[in-house]
Design a protein around this ligand. Structure first.
Ligand code: G1P
Length: 292
């Protein structure tokens, strides 16, 4: 039985949707309350039982590497000033997992970024998590749900969600048949179709478990939508060769690469924080009353 031991987190995008904040700072480091977005993703991977992680970075992404490294000066200062809980928190980040980095030299698309993980992954199935999609579920992380499905089907699994017709052009969309409630057998895939051309409203969310055959396909396909090498296009080839499944998942998904989605995540995450909830709730109530 094949097991999932490695996860790849592409983080090389230019963050155009978040300019000017992302002009000199990676979008993955934008905080949601007080934790950078990418740390939520790394924690999901770890909570799903995987501790070998590769982050694909690019230019201007040094702070991601620094974040998962030791911060010696900061640690010394926190120790000297007796700020033990903060010290422990800072130290725990660099101990989270075995995180490696590789640079995508040119922003040629998500498919190309994943291709940069070929050496790290080798010849085994692996997980891919996109940083724009944060999924929260108190019972079981989204990736863990997918790993359980992979253990059953032993074949590529993609997380999907039904989206409104007006949104299909933002996603990779499935053409599929139902295997059973929540599980779909993929017949075809199309990246960011116009609403009238979309085969369904089942959209790819940023979580995949993929068979290593994808690497040789990625090496052969050319640029697709937006002139980029698309992971969706490679998965389209893969599903003609071997079973590829779409699965729905339990949990709430936030598109933190979108300004509104980012604000929603910030507000909802803050409302869940015991140290912030009460004061923040009071504040929201007061501005709501002021508006009405
Ligand atoms: C990427 C994928 C797309 C997927 C989406 C999920 O698009 O190419 O298939 O549906 O992530 O967030 P991006 O949002 O990077 O343009």
């Amino acid at each position: 039985m094949k097991r999932i031991k490695k996860a790849v987190i592409p983080a090389a995008g230019l963050g155009v949707r978040f300019l000017p904040a992302t002009k000199a700072q990676p979008k993955e480091m934008l905080p949601i309350v007080d934790k950078p977005a990418i740390q939520y993703i790394v924690e999901e991977v770890i909570d799903s039982g995987i501790d070998e992680i590769l982050i694909i970075t690019g230019r201007n992404k040094h702070s991601i590497e620094d974040h998962f490294d030791k911060s010696l000066e900061l640690e010394v200062r926190l120790k000297e000033t007796g700020k033990t809980p903060l010290l422990e928190m800072v130290q725990s980040i660099s101990r989270l997992a075995h995180v490696c980095f590789v640079r995508q030299k040119e922003p040629l698309g998500l498919g190309h970024a994943v291709q940069c993980a070929r050496r790290f992954v080798g010849n085994e199935p692996f997980a891919v998590l996109l940083g724009d999609d944060i999924v929260v579920n108190d019972k079981q992380p989204c990736l863990k749900q997918m790993i359980e499905m992979y253990n059953e089907v032993q074949s590529t699994v993609i997380a999907v969600m039904e989206v409104p017709e007006k949104d299909v052009a933002k996603y990779g969309i499935l053409d599929s048949t139902i295997e059973r409630p929540g599980l779909f057998r993929v017949r075809d895939l199309v990246e960011k179709p116009a609403p009238e051309k979309a085969p369904s409203r089942l959209a790819i969310m940023g979580r995949y478990i993929i068979e290593p055959r994808i690497f040789s396909i990625l090496a052969e396909i050319g640029p697709g939508a937006g002139g980029e090498i698309q992971l969706t296009d490679a998965l389209k080839v893969l599903c003609a060769e071997q079973p590829v499944f779409g699965m729905t998942f339990e949990g709430k998904r936030y598109d933190v690469g979108d300004k509104l989605g980012y604000l929603q995540a910030t507000v909802e995450f803050a409302l869940k924080r015991p140290d912030l909830r009460e004061g923040f709730q009071r504040y929201l109530k007061s501005i709501n009353e002021g508006l009405s």
